[in-house]
Design a binder for this molecule. Sequence first.
Ligand code: AVI
Length: 351
Amino acid sequence: MVLQHGNTRVHIVLDSNTTDVHSEIVISSKPHGGASIIDAAAPETAARGSFAADVIAGLSARRKQLPPKYFYDAVGSRLFEEICRTQEYYVTRSETNLLANVAAEVAAGIPKGAALVELGSGASAKTRLLLDAAPQLSAYVPIDISAAALHEASGGLARDYPQLNVAPVAADFTGHYRLPAAADGRARIGFFPGSTVGNFDRDGAVRILRSVRQVLGIHAALLVGVDLIKDPATLIAAYDDSLGVTARFNKNLLTRINRELGGDFDVDSFDHLALWNDARSRMEMHLVSRKDQIVNAAGNTFAFRRGERLHTESSHKFTAVMFARLAAEAGWSTNKIWISEAPQVALFRLG
Ligand code: AVI
């Protein structure tokens, strides 16, 4: 199908016999077949410093909240990988299948000698689909806040893709970072999978997309994974799986505060809550206090009322039009949108 957005016509490809994306779009479905790490100002140490400040600010707020980036300590990162394997959390599976199906098409648009730059690369699991499809890539620049994750992933990639210059950068991609020399003078393709862009509010997402454009250069392309709006039951199940993995992931934030910031949270006196906020088009995760209680953390004391919520994550969901508009605000044009089988996620190629 073709989506008209301003003066731009966007070609949308559906991955299977999909009949509906969202009421805004009329669909005529078509079946479709051992590098050294550059450390940008010791990001993990800097993050630890701001953890205390963010916890104090977040727990002192009228509506208590914490930034979701603190989920990802070693235990949290392992739990997130477990979430990705749950039956209910479709995001990873849908996106991986979609990427496998369209990798050749994506690769066809990548010039010889280009550099692939991945934001929040983690284990670089989906990257291999692109690397296998695009042997013309000369450099791979994974950017992640965790030097340990980068080290592990980069070692394996350098071994398996000997022709590729793997040049990892340890940095928080929401802050300032620069590309390594390996990307100099090369065409650049950004890769931002996993619907991570949905974890930011609108302004934050626009800021990140704008900053990637600045870092990659205006002639670059960016492949972004985006989760699409769907029925609330599917969404809620994805964030409240029957094995309780997501609940453990959410509560691990309190365990982390106890360990790293001398907190005394009684983790069992909080319940995991996942809800669909239709007005804001997002899934939200909260921790709900089971009782009136006083908690100490980061040298401060905080009071929780029974039933009071601590908002720990928002995960925004989009229609194709909504995300194309957001990308346009950040200076990107949408060249192509691929949409997976249900539960649907999308890959946007921006340029
Ligand atoms: C990393 N991020 C895109 C995930 C999401 O879906 O918002 C994190 C997550 N939270 C709960 N389950 C998964």
